[in-house]
Design a protein around this ligand. Structure first.
Ligand code: LMR
Length: 394
């Protein structure tokens, strides 16, 4: 049996991590995988998370099973962070999942069960693993225009024109904030237009929210999701705590299903429990419990919010430094979009050959589509990246 297996394509982002590790150069720069790094290149455990872990160690008396959809307090706390009071409780079904990837996977399994003929519309480009999971599940998908590579902003007219072809019951995948891989995001006015279109078409939005707090702030980054949640009868939201709580390996995610009425909410809740049971039974609890403790304790929450804000401001500063440096070194303003982008990533607009040249000649690692993880930079390496980009002819 095992000899009949076919080799599977490596995930490009994770393969890049391995290639970076193997590069012996001491001055190499990692701008690959979306993991936050401080100015010293470390990914520290957040102070609020450490404090919660210490407290948890003292008070936790059992590691027996929770519920199939996780501790309800986790779902309630995270849903509140994302939606505020936008949607009444009797319309909200949710389940803890192993990270944001788990939320997307469970969400798409739910789509396949409920609407086997639905097509999923994805932004061009999107996170490559979205496409890989859709292919794995055999769900048909179509790309809608999203990124204008000439301006490095959102091609909103193209996006709306493409989404005008969406059929009733189709699913439209949107990034709630901090678009991965481009860094280009919708304005609030554009979110409203998208929400109107979804309502007009009878389409179901799936919002992937993996970087809340890294763009314009915890509240601001939830606005698009809330606009859609207010407008649409049915919404799926896949949230991740990996980045904004820095608990990557703990796998804390949440799949939220907003249903039109209380009866369909119960149906959705039961289906989420069923899907968890089929795939892994109980979701991981440790990370989810830390998140719950932080969000429901005033002091821990304030400390966490301050840390997220520091990360966000650090990303913005690096963006401004890189845009300034490129202005100087390229004698042009064509890279100003880097300061306009938000979140952890920006797509620089380099060709695959230029990306390869920067890796070969300067030890700078970025994803093949020229996505950089801005957090991989620091004040010392910003000029090095700018120089390499200019040298490669970007
Ligand atoms: C990324 O896009 O780099 C992150 O979401 C990490 C991952 O799992 O790919």
């Amino acid at each position: 049996m095992l000899t009949a297996l076919k080799p599977q394509p490596a995930d490009k982002i994770l393969a890049l991590m391995a290639a970076f590790r193997e590069d012996a150069r001491s001055d190499k720069i990692d701008l690959g995988v979306g993991v936050y790094k401080d100015a010293e290149g470390r990914t520290p455990v957040m102070r609020a998370v450490k404090a919660a872990e210490k407290r948890l160690w003292e008070i936790e008396e059992t590691k027996s099973y929770t519920a199939l959809t996780g501790d309800p307090a986790y779902g309630a706390a995270l849903t509140q962070l994302i939606l505020g009071d936008t949607v009444p409780d009797d319309r909200i079904a949710c389940a803890a999942t192993p990270g944001g990837t788990g939320a997307f996977r469970q969400g798409m399994e739910l789509v396949r069960m409920a609407a086997p003929d639905a097509r999923v519309w994805v932004s061009d480009p999107t996170w490559p693993n979205h496409l890989s999971i859709l292919r794995h599940l055999g769900i048909p998908f179509t790309e809608y225009r999203y990124f204008d590579s000439a301006t490095c902003d959102v091609d909103f007219d193209g996006m709306m024109a493409d989404l005008d072809r969406v059929a009733e019951g189709d699913v439209v995948l949107l990034h709630g904030c901090c678009h991965n891989p481009t860094g280009a995001n919708l304005t609030e006015a554009q979110w409203r237009q998208v929400a109107d279109l979804l309502v007009r078409k009878g389409a179901v939005p799936f919002i992937d929210l993996a970087y809340q707090g890294f763009g314009d702030g915890l509240e601001a980054d939830a606005q698009g999701t809330r606009i859609v949640a207010r407008a649409c009868r049915e919404v799926l939201i896949g949230a991740s705590c990996s980045k904004n709580f820095g608990i990557y390996r703990e796998r804390a995610g949440l799949l939220i299903a907003l249903a039109p009425d209380a009866a369909s909410t119960r149906l959705a809740q039961g289906t989420l429990a069923y899907l968890n049971r089929q795939n892994f039974s109980f979701p991981p609890d440790h990370g989810a419990r830390l998140v719950t403790m932080i969000l429901t304790d005033d002091a821990l929450r304030a400390a966490w919010q301050a840390e997220v804000e520091d990360i966000r401001r650090g990303l913005l500063t690096l963006r401004e430094q890189l845009a300034d440096e490129l202005r100087r070194q390229s004698n042009s303003d064509r890279f100003d979009f880097i300061a306009r982008h938000r979140g952890m990533f920006s797509r620089l607009g380099a060709s695959p050959e230029q990306v390869e040249a920067m890796r070969r000649d300067h030890g700078i690692y970025m994803v093949g589509d020229s996505r950089i993880n801005v957090a991989g930079l620091n004040a010392r390496t910003v000029p090095l990246l700018a120089r390499a980009m200019v040298a490669a002819g970007v």
